[in-house]
Design a protein around this ligand. Structure first.
Ligand code: ADP
Ligand code: ZN
Ligand code: ZN
Length: 670
């Protein structure tokens, strides 16, 4: 009998796979996708994923034997193995890093090898728990059009204004898939959003739908993993990591709020974009993808315009509720007259007062947490900053500390300015915490809550805040982008955007697109039922083109003006970008390495290479950073460019140097 070998990936950062010999007793049972135990390096008990089985004896070394096999219920299927390898290749991540992200640690994996039996008892969905609301005429037309276009296109983009009933359409699509016996994945960009939607979905689908995200306990995650694998769970509502669940028959992925940048994983690797990866997963499964948004990303809009995706529009709100009235409040004229240093214009205060008087609710949006952006010495201008990162500290009054939003380091306020000895530091700029403090003083009888990263650290905190708001137990909700989208509250009529300028003037080529999306989304929370909503946008730049487009809810003008700019300057969607980030603790070593890497890339890719340069934040946790940008236009093949980049990175890492150099690639950075 010939020897059999398995190529195995191990959850560590190394290139490629490793070959092991399959012992005779495992021959029948082992397959692609099986999880096994192997001796690897120092570890006698590493978990590995089998990606191929063959008879080719490796040359130059004698392979070790696989030590044990995990139960069949813990293995993944062929398609998930394909998906893991695709993510690794496309996003330039080591296969082991993707495996680590994709496959829960062994103590979370199901232990009982009885999966085969359970798999056959796939329950047919009976649509008796509650029937979905019947769609109105425009919604039905959109629904039919989606189904029709799915016959020809793998992906359809649904552009539906806020409160047009996109979620209702999703419910009908899920119902349709379930009645055909297929599985559905419904993706949202943030955990906080799953709370409200899951209640809505469970009303229709009961126990056949589950939730999946990183805040579940290990036991809950294990349950979802095995129920998806054996088919008892037919639909999953989840965030980006739910792409790696072992679906056995995935017919449809819905990517809601598809424009949201939270779909991009930044750290650690794999740095994948869950929207784009979802389309690949659907292709592997022979399924379809629906992208939905009131403000689609320019990438998706462009793909739909070019006919690569199907396209469906819903331009009216359900029940013919009017889009909210948009008001710009100029903070300049107010600043000159004002004797007080309030962050509220009279127009905003008036609107809040009116809403409270009618027992309606208010959302106040400020895309920055903490109390102030930074502290400053009024005498010499000294600004306290993190000693690990080149970032000023954010003041958090409630804990009486200054916090670095990059590394989390916190420290007490200095008694006096270390530069000049002055005793009174002043606060500059404002975050959600300061807004909360001021609102409590201005409206002492209002019930106020705040939702941001600081108030939602506890597992159930965000769902508690949202359900209290939904139940009317809160009058004013203050928050960051966490409260900007997806939420549907009956009595919410006024939305205040405290500072439009800090979004619009952020130094990034996507800043205008992002500001439009954020403002349009948060506006969309106002007046979704009977009374028309009112949105007050505070700015010192009222004639800015983005504001003029937001005021008219003119998404299409925003798209065409921004696409024109992108094309002119060679940015996505007209090019693809790979951003290399090079780090070293010694600035001189970093400069030398980054320059050499860029030079070697330029030799092959010429003017497609930009940099190296320091990013806005040039030091994080004591590591200095330089970035190199690679712009891939239609004259280049992305996969060839990636090969060149991989080789150049590996060569640079092998150069002799003092200390440790890190390089990582971010493909399609957001
Ligand atoms: P979107 O997802 O586009 O923001 P939703 O699906 O949340 O919109 O719909 C907005 C509101 O209108 C929700 O409260 C929803 O229940 C209601 N609604 C939408 N379509 C219908 C329908 N066909 N029948 C009953 N209620 C609907
Ligand atoms: Zn000073
Ligand atoms: Zn720091």
């Amino acid at each position: 009998m010939k020897n059999l070998y398995a190529d195995i990936i191990i959850p560590v950062a190394v290139t490629g796979s490793y070959t092991y010999e399959i012992p005779p007793e495992m021959r029948g049972a082992l397959r692609r996708g099986s999880l096994v135990k192997v001796n690897f390096g120092q570890s006698r008990n590493a978990t590995g994923l089998v990606i191929s089985i063959h008879e080719n004896q490796p040359e130059g070394f004698v392979p070790k034997e696989i030590t044990a096999m995990l139960p069949e219920a813990a293995s993944v299927n062929d398609r998930l193995a394909d998906f893991i390898l695709w993510i690794s290749d496309y996003y330039m991540a080591y296969p082991g890093e993707v495996m680590k992200a994709a496959i829960p640690s062994p103590d979370i994996l199901p232990g009982e090898p009885s999966a085969r039996k359970r798999r056959s008892s796939k329950p047919a969905f009976s649509g008796e728990i509650i029937m979905p609301a019947s769609l109105n005429e425009v919604q039905s037309a959109a629904y039919e059009s989606i189904l029709k276009q799915f016959r020809e296109k793998e992906t359809v983009l649904l552009h539906g204004v806020t409160s047009s009933g996109k979620t209702e359409i999703y419910i009908h699509l899920i119902q349709e898939q379930l009645s055909e016996g297929r599985q559905v994945l419904y993706m949202l960009p943030e955990i906080a959003l799953t709370t409200q939607i899951i209640e809505r979905l469970q009303r229709h689908f009961g126990a056949s739908i589950g939730v999946f995200h990183s805040r579940l306990t290990p036991a809950m995650r294990r349950e979802v993993w095995s129920k998806v694998s054996n088919g008892t769970l037919r639909a999953v509502l989840g965030v980006r990591s739910s792409l790696f669940l072992p679906f056995s028959d995935l017919g449809l992925i819905i990517v809601d709020e598809e424009h949201d940048s939270s779909y991009k994983q930044y750290d650690p690797s794999p740095r994948y974009h869950a929207r784009d990866a979802a389309m690949m997963l659907s292709r592997i499964n022979g399924g379809r993808t629906l992208l939905g948004s009131a403000t689609p990303s320019l990438e998706s809009w462009h793909n739909a315009s070019a006919g690569r995706y199907g396209f469906v529009e819903l331009l009216t709100r359900y029940g013919d509720v009017m889009m909210p009235e948009m008001i710009v409040a100029d903070t300049r004229s107010f600043g000159k007259k004002a004797r007080v240093t309030s962050h509220f214009t009279p127009r905003l205060l008036e609107a809040i007062g009116e809403a409270l008087g009618r027992e309606e609710q208010v959302i106040l949006f400020q895309n920055r947490r903490g109390f102030s952006h930074y502290l400053m010495c009024p005498d010499c201008g000294w600004v306290p900053g993190c000693t690990n990162c080149s970032v000023s500290y954010t003041y958090h009054k409630s804990i009486g500390k200054m916090v670095c939003h990059y590394c989390g380091r916190s420290t007490r306020l200095p008694e006096a300015c270390p530069e000049c000895g002055s005793e009174a530091l002043i606060t500059r700029g404002f975050g959600t915490e300061k807004i909360e403090e001021e609102i409590r003083l201005l409206f002492p009888s209002a019930r106020v809550a705040r939702m941001d990263q600081d108030t939602t650290r506890r597992r159930s905190a965000s769902s508690e805040i949202l359900s209290e708001f939904a139940a009317g137990a809160t009058d004013i909700l203050i928050g960051t982008q966490m409260i900007s989208k997806g939420l549907d509250f009956e009595r919410l009529t006024v939305v205040g955007i405290l500072d439009a300028d800090n979004m619009m003037h952020f130094p990034d080529f996507r800043a205008f697109e992002r500001s439009f999306q954020l403002m349009e989304q948060v506006s969309g929370r106002a007046g979704r039922r009977t009374r028309r909503g009112k949105v007050i946008i505070q700015t010192a730049d009222p004639s800015h083109i983005i504001l003029r487009q937001v005021l008219k809810h003119d998404y299409k003008s925003m798209c065409s003006s921004q696409l024109e700019e992108r094309s002119l300057f060679g940015y996505p969607p007209f090019t693809k970008i790979i951003r290399l980030s090079v780090r070293h603790r010694d600035l001189e070593e970093l400069n030398v390495s980054a320059a050499r890497l860029a030079k070697s890339l330029r030799r092959q890719l010429g003017s497609h290479i930009l940099g190296p340069e320091f990013p806005v934040i040039m030091q994080v946790q004591r590591w200095y950073i330089k970035t190199i940008m690679i712009k891939i236009d239609s004259s280049l093949s992305p996969s060839k460019v990636k090969d060149v980049v991989r080789r150049a990175m590996e060569n640079e890492l092998r150069m002799p140097r003092k200390g440790f150099l890190r390089i990582h690639a971010d493909v399609d950075p957001q």
